[in-house]
Write a new protein. Structure first.
Length: 39
């Protein structure tokens, strides 16, 4: 029971981390995409 809860917390933290990475990398990816349209 305790281990299961611990795993759930890790999964939650991992999901939040992935979301944060996506949010931070999105402007960079958008910039790359716009640059590729111009060149």
């Amino acid at each position: 029971m305790h281990i299961k809860r611990f795993n759930l917390e890790i999964e939650k933290a991992y999901a939040i981390g992935l979301t944060a990475i996506h949010i931070h990398s999105f402007p960079y990816l958008l910039e790359e995409f716009i640059d590729s349209l111009y060149y």
